[in-house]
Design a protein around this ligand. Structure first.
Ligand code: SF4
Ligand code: SF4
Length: 449
């Protein structure tokens, strides 16, 4: 079979060895280290102090931004400290350290949210603290910020196309009824008439189960078994046949998108009022003793999760630890980080995987061009970036890169294309922002005053 699929993107051996393994809750840790993230000049500020008793679901990090999700306690217990700790992607932030009392008592006042109109619905979605997979800061309410009536489709992203990961698949098998109820809640709250749940062909069992609970407003759309489908532009193209113009959001193309895990958490919040306090992750790789799908309180140390999965396999040494999936994830420097709101996978490889191959010269094979779902020319963008020909980046549409990593995956010269494309894209974003700031105001905007 050809490496390249008919719909672009790449065909991968997915190594989904944890298919069939239900999501198991980890034992409540003795302590959690809950991050209080910040973005765009806004930070979550502590809503508790050392010595305070907290209940599960209690607000511990206040947000004053509509984009930044508030943070809640994942255990009941006592706040021991509020300290700065490093983050897996670099940098650091304040973490609330809570010693668990082992009881997991819900905080006072936890109850299903009430909402009457669209504004109060959106406020409740924001107050849930839920973020998307891979996103530690931005509230999912951001995806639903559109003028009433301008969106006709809710897309549920259930692709999970990276190798190793199966936690979304297992979530669908366990919670199909709640997930379809979640679609109806969102459609009613946001005034959207229909939902399309996008699933890869390799999850037919989940699709059949969801079909059982769906009504005429919910359609299941099977996607080819290729990578990547999670990327928003690919998802919109293959799910509803709409092209998303560069740097636009799905709502600009009449669609709102939510991931399957965020949808489940949201529906559970609508039903019982418990905000986001746990994350489900696939723990996999050739160095872990017992690959599993687990659900962990936010703030659980990764080392404790590895221990819960039997630790490192006898006779192996941990060589590479990746947070997220093996293609797009982040290689970690250790296991002392804690589970954040957007985490969904932890891949433990032995030393064999830690030895990266040496980069060689580009052989102009064109594989990266064929693999790119956005139709970009990664090799040319890389050359422009390396040689400082920044004016070429715009012409080569470097800003449209989604960071899927398909180009790096297929490159026989082991070029770090994904990383270079990310740098080039960030450069263009900074340049754009600077140009916008420098632009004089129009008369309408007040420039004539
Ligand atoms: S250039 Fe960007 S969008 Fe294209 S394959 Fe590489 S990482 Fe993915
Ligand atoms: S895949 Fe690698 S070697 Fe082939 S053209 Fe792209 S950058 Fe060059």
């Amino acid at each position: 079979m050809s490496l390249f699929s008919r719909n672009s993107g790449i065909k991968l051996n997915k190594y989904k060895n944890t298919v069939g393994m239900a999501v198991v809750p980890v034992s409540t840790p003795e302590r959690v280290y809950v991050p209080l993230p910040s973005m765009e000049g806004f930070s979550c500020t502590p809503a508790v102090s050392p010595g305070d008793m907290v209940g599960m679901g209690q607000l511990i990090g206040k947000s004053e931004s509509r984009r930044l999700a508030p943070v809640h306690s994942s255990v009941s217990g006592t706040v021991e400290a509020i300290e700065e700790f490093p983050l897996p992607l670099g940098g650091s932030c304040l973490h609330v350290v809570i010693r668990s009392d082992g009881r997991q008592d819900a905080a006072e006042g936890i109850k299903a949210p009430a909402f009457g109109d669209r504004e109060s619905f959106l406020k409740a979605v924001w107050a849930s603290g839920i973020t998307e997979k891979g996103e530690s800061c931005i509230s999912i309410a951001e995806s639903f910020d559109f003028p009433e009536g301008s969106v006709d489709t809710l897309i549920v992203n259930a692709a999970e196309s990276e190798p190793y990961l199966t936690v979304d698949h297992m979530t669908m098998l366990a919670y199909a009824e709640e997930l379809t109820a979640g679609c109806r809640s969102l459609m009613a709250g946001l005034g959207i008439p229909r939902t399309v749940i996008a699933i890869e062909e390799n999850k037919k069992d989940a699709a059949e189960l969801l079909e059982k609970y769906a009504d005429e407003s919910i359609q299941i759309k099977m996607l080819p078994d290729t990578y990547p489908h999670e990327e928003l532009r690919t998802l919109l193209r293959e799910t509803v046949g709409r092209e998303l113009p560069g740097r636009k959001k799905p709502v600009d193309a009449g669609a709102a998108v939510i991931g399957i895990s965020a949808l489940l958490k949201l529906q559970q919040y609508f039903e019982g009022g418990m905000p986001l306090i746990t994350r489900s992750l696939t723990i996999e790789g050739n160095a872990i003793a017992r690959p599993m799908n687990i659900e962990a309180p936010i703030g659980t140390r990764l080392s404790e999760i590895i221990a819960f999965c039997g630790g490192i396999k006898e006779g192996k040494r941990l060589g590479k630890l990746i947070l997220g999936g093996p293609i797009k994830g982040t290689a970690l420097t250790g296991a002392s980080f804690s589970v954040g709101k957007g985490d969904f996978g932890l891949i433990c490889f032995d030393e064999k995987y830690a030895i990266g191959g040496r980069e060689t010269a580009c052989i102009n094979c064109g594989r990266c061009n064929e693999a790119c779902p956005e139709g970009l020319m990664p090799a040319l963008i890389s050359k422009a970036w390396r040689s400082g020909r920044f004016e070429r980046l715009e012409a080569l549409n470097a800003g449209l890169c989604t960071g899927c990593g398909a180009c790096s995956y297929v490159c026989p010269a082991r070029k770090p294309l994904r990383a270079e494309l990310a740098e080039a894209k960030a450069f263009l974003a900074v340049k754009d922002a600077a140009e916008q700031e420098a632009e004089p105001l129009t008369e309408e905007e007040g420039g004539g005053l």
